[in-house]
Design a protein around this ligand. Structure first.
Ligand SMILES: [Zn+2]
Ligand SMILES: [Zn+2]
Length: 148
């Protein structure tokens, strides 16, 4: 977590931006959430743990692009229109499955998918910076409940 704060300080310095205690607090709190989160959850968490702080949701929305550029978080997938973010530091690249019934997110990694998409990019002369894979469906638990 301190590593993330350090990284953000460096990013501010490199870009001639002023860092604020507010943003450092956002970073600390988002690293306390489990790895997939959206702005609403982050906002509620900060509001409930720092009762005296008046942080608006807008400040979080404004911080997000910088957190992405600084390499702290990335967009993981979107969930009925809401973007879910996830931690980048200490978190290997992976893709997601999301259960449409209970909302569970399962992470997976398959080297072949990455290789194939790189091949497609080479073929179409496209420089890929990121990609999002999310498979929607039903997890084992929810399918079993349904069968009863
Ligand atoms: Zn489920
Ligand atoms: Zn993930």
């Amino acid at each position: 977590m301190e590593k993330a704060v350090q990284k953000f300080r460096q990013y501010c310095q490199d870009n001639g931006m002023r860092n604020t205690p507010e943003r450092e607090l956002i970073i600390r709190e988002l690293y306390r959430l489990d790895e997939h989160f959206d702005v609403d959850r982050l906002f509620l968490r900060i509001r409930n743990t720092h009762l005296k702080l008046k942080l608006s949701k807008v400040s979080i929305y404004r911080a997000i692009p910088h957190l992405i550029k600084a390499g702290l978080i990335r967009e993981a997938f979107s969930d009925s229109g809401t973007i879910c973010y996830e931690h980048v530091l200490g978190h290997e690249h992976h893709d997601h499955m999301k259960c449409l019934a209970c909302g569970e997110v399962i992470e997976f990694y398959e080297k072949k998918i990455d290789e194939i998409q790189q091949k497609i990019c080479d073929r179409l002369d496209f420089e890929m910076v990121w990609h999002v894979h999310v498979l929607g469906g039903y997890c084992k638990k929810c399918r079993e409940i349904n069968r009863k």
